[in-house]
Write a protein of this length. Structure first.
Length: 164
């Protein structure tokens, strides 16, 4: 009986770390002189990051702070998806940034195809929002992890779980 090893490829957001990064952002904004008496609102609604600021300059500064805090907390910047800016009440500016979580079916097919092109002996099975990769060799599984981390076609953050 041959032993088969496997792991799952997922794309998840560590919500606790995200909240911690946003809390640190709020504290830094409250302490900065250029944001004194400036109403800035940062919140997460429906898997979207909503930032409400008075002008474009403040928006860029807030987004830079958010990105630096995400990096410091060990979160991948690719969780920040498409940004949409719009005017809000009082002449302020609202930016909504979609938070990327989960692997959709089309993207899972792309990842599966990439794995099969490079390592055809592996079995990669799409199971909803996860992809289960299995092989008789642990080295081949580690090669898949290296392949996906170094690939330029992968545009979402991936985590590798359930390594057995």
């Amino acid at each position: 009986m041959a032993v088969e090893f496997s792991f799952d490829i997922v794309s998840e957001i560590d919500w606790q770390e995200l909240n911690n990064a946003l809390d640190q952002t709020r504290k830094e904004i409250a302490a900065r002189y250029d944001f004194k008496d400036v109403p800035v609102e940062i919140k997460v609604e429906d898997k979207q990051l909503v930032v409400l600021v008075p002008d474009e300059y403040k928006l860029r500064a807030v987004m830079d702070i958010i990105q630096s805090k995400l990096i410091r907390r060990g979160l991948d910047l690719r969780i920040l998806g498409e940004e949409k800016r719009e005017s809000a009440s009082g002449g302020s500016l609202r930016s909504t940034v979609k938070l990327v979580e989960g692997i959709d079916a089309e993207y899972a097919k792309t990842i599966n195809k990439l794995i099969r092109q490079e390592l055809p002996k592996l079995k990669a099975v799409i199971q909803g929002p996860t992809i289960r990769v299995s092989s008789k060799s642990k080295d081949e599984l580690q090669a898949v992890i290296g392949l996906l981390r170094g690939s330029s076609t992968v545009k979402i953050p991936l985590q590798f779980t359930n390594y057995r």
